[in-house]
Design a protein around this ligand. Structure first.
Ligand code: NAD
Ligand code: ZN
Length: 384
């Protein structure tokens, strides 16, 4: 079968590899029909994630048709059309029982993650050995551990394009608004208008936010946010972004969402070899959010940061009584039934961010184009 494999900084290749098989009784093998490239994949592309190994199959957002099931798999059968959660949870540990599936205790035993963070979080498809070393979905077939828990059956009347992003960005963007405490009548500001940030703007509008301020520098993305009824700020045209936020919201913003990314915030993750004694520099978005947030407001980070940052404006955090929340990887399984309902009812259409279609053979070119944000590229549907 064909799969996209990582070989080094900006070096990904589509290659022929063996088809995965059932190795555990709870496994399901899915024949992938749709996959995509996520903003998170760019961190891998740029070698910003620890413990990447040459030859790893990338991709964590995918859907397909069940091809084979293990002996313990009951609720899923061959031929079912399914979406996979990007994070892999067992469904049975204490964290999973509490609905904190992205914190599952049983699917990632990375010693390095334990050393850095105290405890590892759940494994992720196609996201390095730091996240469990699971082969990903930019591939024609994928082995899905704990298949009954990590796959969602999709009703016939929901088209692939509307279902695919339930794998990651639909629950992730929703989770960001939950973590930022977005409610009717509040003001919201979103840094980063990739698919995650734009859908967070859309969820905030749906929730009845009074004002949504959308921040980026890419004209097509700012235009999409404007179409959703957001106020927009092109940060590249501002001497002081925060004063522009205060011009729109004189008391500061109730809910700030950081949906950009650490590589944009100058917080550089060093290579695995330099992990101990990691050097990083100041991170502008965390400090911008700390200054822009209303007193006693909430900041949620949904963008993937890793390791450490210095020069963090801790004074604002304390003196303004800010709630500063890391979202973690979104607990997809906790949200996806209710979010599927909103898609089915037409209340929420994730395809507003779908701009281009590709085939699996074109995947490595797609990484390059996505990285350069070429031709207004936003979110893709990659047919396998
Ligand atoms: P993306 O790369 O398409 O979008 C990031 C956007 O941020 C770009 O449009 C860029 O122009 C903008 N940006 C850069 N610098 C900025 C700045 N200083 N201020 C404001 N905007 C700035 O990515 P995406 O797919 O939308 O993902 C966004 C982030 O969310 C990534 O870091 C990704 O890894 C993360 N993510 C997290 C989860 C989770 O579960 N926590 C899941 C998926 C993605
Ligand atoms: Zn678990």
């Amino acid at each position: 079968m064909l799969a996209l494999r990582w070989y080094g900084d900006k070096d990904v290749r589509v290659e022929e590899v063996p088809v995965p098989t059932i190795t555990e009784p709870a496994d399901v093998v899915v024949k992938v029909t749709g996959t995509t490239v996520c903003g998170s994949d760019l961190h891998l592309y740029h070698k910003e994630i620890l413990q990447l190994q040459k030859g790893e199959i990338l991709g964590h957002e995918f859907m397909g048709i069940v091809d084979e099931v293990g002996s313990e798999v009951i609720s899923i059968k061959k031929g079912d059309r399914v979406v996979a959660s990007f994070q892999i949870a067992c469904g049975k540990c204490q964290f999973c029982k509490e609905g904190l599936t992205s914190m599952c205790d049983r699917t990632n035993s990375s010693a390095l993650q334990e050393k850095l963070y105290g405890k590892p979080f759940a494994g992720l498809f196609g996201y390095s050995h730091f996240a469990g070393g699971f082969a990903g979905g930019q591939s024609e077939f994928v082995r899905v551990p704990f298949g009954c828990f990590n796959l969602l059956k999709i009703p016939d009347h929901v088209p692939n394009e509307k279902a695919l992003y339930l794998s990651d960005i639909v629950p992730t963007s929703y989770h960001a608004t939950v973590c930022a405490d977005v409610k009717k009548g509040k003001s919201v500001a979103v840094w980063g208008l990739g698919p995650v940030g734009l859908l967070a703007c859309k969820w905030s509008k749906l929730e009845g936010a009074r004002r949504v301020i959308a921040i980026d520098q890419i004209p097509e993305r700012l235009a999409l946010a404007q179409d959703m009824g957001c106020d927009t700020i092109d940060f590249s045209k501002q001497k002081d972004l925060v004063s522009e936020v205060y011009r729109l919201e004189p008391q500061g913003v109730d809910c700030c969402i950081d949906a950009a990314a650490f590589r944009y915030t100058k917080t550089l993750l060093q290579s695995a070899e330099r992990l101990v004694g990691l050097e990083t520099d100041s991170s502008e978005i965390p400090n911008e959010t700390l200054r822009a947030v209303r007193k006693f407001g909430t900041i949620a980070i949904v963008a993937d940061y890793a390791a450490m940052t210095n020069q963090f404006l801790i004074g604002a955090l304390m003196e303004k009584g800010v709630t500063y929340r890391g979202c973690g990887q979104a607990p997809v399984q906790e949200y996806w039934h209710q979010l599927l309902e909103k898609i089915e009812s037409g209340e929420f259409d994730p395809t507003v961010v779908l701009t281009h279609r590709f085939s699996i053979e074109e995947l490595s070119d797609l990484y390059e184009a996505f990285d350069k944000k070429k031709f207004g590229l936003m979110k893709t549907y990659v047919q396998t």
